[in-house]
Design a binder for this molecule. Sequence first.
Ligand code: FE2
Length: 430
Amino acid sequence: MAVELLVINATLPDGRTGQDIAVSGGRILEIAPGIAAEAGRVIDAGGLLVSPPFVDVHFHMDATLSLGIPRLNRSGTLLEGIALWGELKPLLTPEAVAERALRYCDLAVSQGLLAIRTHVDICDDRLTAVEALLHVKRTVAPYIDLQLVAFPQDGYFRAPKSAENLLRALDMGVDVVGGIPHFERTMADGAASVKALCEIAAERGLRVDMHCDETDDPLSRQVEALAYETQRLGLQGRVAGSHLTSMHSMDNYYVSKLIPLMAEAGLHAIPNPLINITLQGRHDTYPKRRGMTRVPELRAAGVNVAFGQDCCMDPWYSLGGADMLDVAHMGLHVGLMTSREAMTFCFEAVTTNPARVMGLEGYGLAAGCHADFVLLQARDPIEAIRMRATRLAVVRRGKVIAETPPKRASLFLDGRPGMVDPSDYAPPVG
Ligand code: FE2
């Protein structure tokens, strides 16, 4: 069989070194040391890390790159962000949303970010953003797997036409059912919204991803209803709770009951470290809570945990750069996950774990998978996070779709000649 691309001498995230990757027909034909094949193109990885692509499982593409329109979020708070989004929404046009989203997708590709689940606000009766992002989804399909979530930002019951708009959005082709139960008028309405939305997903055979308990209120317990409905409707493995920040502040005894319920229901947990650390704890004096959900404890109970970016240059967050290594870096620090094993998990939390949440077909580094991968200027996942490693080459379906030159410094201070990789420090093995 014709080999279109051969990557030689790669290190894989599981630690295997000296691996060659042969690609044919847009899929991985074989991964093994010393593959002898004539190839259309050969990339010498030079012992560096080849990873499956980055996956961002929680994003808002309808708002991205809108920073400053119609004004800046001066306080940097969640509440001003929500108010600002309310001002921006009536001004949106499909053309402007699509143009910003496509610019973002170019950035994402350059960062090796090739799968994105984006929430799309369905509370605008015109469904402007839905229309725009469905167009973007089709346009970027050769490069990025884009999954859309019908997100009732202003509440499923609380906003007058949410329920109707949500069904319209699903009929138009939106993939996933969203929700925001903690934002409904009462706890009871929140639980009722979870029930209604999970039933829609079960009827239509769709996945669910709710903004759930994005608050510092320890009594915000909508995730309990989410786990219950998931179990009741047989949606195990298809439902995600995004944010879950109230868990940070919950009573430990209650959490000791809650986490096993989440594990039993096969819920996925999606913390968003950059946003959680900046938006939560804002009503605290000192000590200020971190707001990120209980990642090590969820992992220990067998819950699949994936990190999302959430925002990039929008009403809620002025920073961000489609860099999932930045997200992993923040999650690692906020969660105090500094053991070797936990640091490696943080890399999985922006690659394989979110791919499971999205149900991506053919994702991974194995024979038969899509030939989608990223060559990083790092020797292992921990170094990739440490250096927010340069994406030397981004490959999609066997074709190089982005390249970035390696980071180098010209150092002559100690008498060494030439160009030196500034990350060139090999930690002791073991
Ligand atoms: Fe979000």
